[in-house]
Ligand binder design. Sequence first.
Ligand SMILES: Cc1ncc(COP(=O)(O)O)c(C=O)c1O
Length: 259
Amino acid sequence: MAHCYRWEAGGAAVFGSIQPQPVEFEPDGTLAVAKVEAVIKPVDDHYARTRLICLENTQAGKPLPMAYLPEIRSLALRHGLALHMDGARLFNASVAQGIPVSAIAGQVDSLNVCLSKGLGAPVGSILCGSRDFIREARHWRKMAGGGMRQAGMLAAAGIHALQHHIDRLAEDHYNATLLAEGLADIDGLKVDTAPVRTNMVFVKLTAADPAALESHLKQSGVLVRGGRVMRLVTHLDIDQAGIVRAVEAFRGFFDSTAA
Ligand SMILES: Cc1ncc(COP(=O)(O)O)c(C=O)c1O
């Protein structure tokens, strides 16, 4: 389920000539060190060469435990592999755990962070790493058609997000907890009982028709991408009153189908 493996249109294979070796995430969002070690390919002409381990933080809303990072890092060092973190929601992980983002970043060779999503910039992601790595990345960006002379305007929005929207992520996490608690109370919904640590809530519909729920919610001004499992995400445009409204809209649907 890793974003870079599954949801980037096979870009790693196309641009990087990479043959990915997926490993299932553990329930806490980590890649088990032993499972990763087992798929590192031996030096042998028959195999692709293993070069990189890629983590995701948060993974499905779960911040990677801080104690895990040195373990996977030492595996990478033992095998001469680079360690990248898809930290699209890294600041959510940092705020939820009360750990400075630099302490997490210090454990990996490179990482990417989204400035949109919870941080609320209109657009943008950043890549962080050594000077040489970034120089190389700029070259690849250019080849991929991503060079942009006007990026300063977007960077200004990104800087604003980094200066003003980090600490407030705790509100999103609190709102997600309220949402999970509100929805858990409704018959017909099964809410992931793992403690909601960041801004995501996963909800399963036990019986109702997802399309009927989606259209009911739409009439109440709540837009969801329907399906039997829904991922609901809080962010800086969703306040507590919005959470109450959303829970009421869900409740209204199940009250009306029960009647
Ligand atoms: C976990 C994860 N990584 C990476 C990305 C890609 O972000 P961007 O398109 O801003 O580079 C996303 C976007 O949805 C994501 O959810």
